[in-house]
Design a protein around this ligand. Structure first.
Ligand code: MG
Length: 162
């Protein structure tokens, strides 16, 4: 059995925050604002995984009204979701991701982020892909007000009745 899932997320940029993308700290003069660590890429990835498994969305799993999620490491949230998927018999086949950011240019960080995501997903690096796009200087991303991310994942299970 194969299942595909899609995830999307947006976070506002704010000065004085640490910028985390895919579990990697990226040096920048602003970071993403959110209840958790606001790792927009991990949030998109988590939603893609939950979607593929038919398990709802990140807001249901980790509500931003729950103090336990305040400042929470999104890599730890991902681990919670991966544990549930494994318990349900799912294996991640691959993940493809896009980060939308005007600044900083993410080219120099793509391989580091790919390696980190692969480690978090327990996959070889060639099963994870990270793409970076600017906002072409238009809209909230192009003006540097926000960043967004999208992710697609494929899951497989030996159980034909998943
Ligand atoms: Mg988010």
């Amino acid at each position: 059995m194969l299942r595909v899932g899609i995830g999307h997320d947006t976070h506002r940029l704010a000065p004085g925050r640490t910028l985390r993308l895919g579990g990697v700290i990226v040096p920048h003069d602003a970071g993403l604002l959110g209840h958790s660590d606001a790792d927009v890429l991990l949030h998109a990835l988590i939603d893609a995984l939950l979607g593929a498994a038919g398990l709802g969305d990140i807001g249901e799993w980790f509500p931003d009204t729950d103090p336990a999620n305040l400042g929470r490491d999104s890599a730890e949230m991902l681990a919670v979701v991966l544990a549930r998927l494994a318990a349900d018999g799912w294996r991640v086949v691959n993940a493809d991701c896009i980060v939308f950011a005007q600044q900083p240019r993410l080219g120099p960080y793509k391989e580091t982020i790919r390696s980190r995501l692969a480690a978090l997903l327990d996959l070889p690096p060639n099963c994870v892909n990270v793409k970076a796009k600017t906002g072409e200087h238009v809209g909230p991303i192009g003006r540097g007000e926000a960043m967004a991310a999208q992710a697609v994942v494929l899951l497989e299970s030996p159980n034909p009745n998943c």
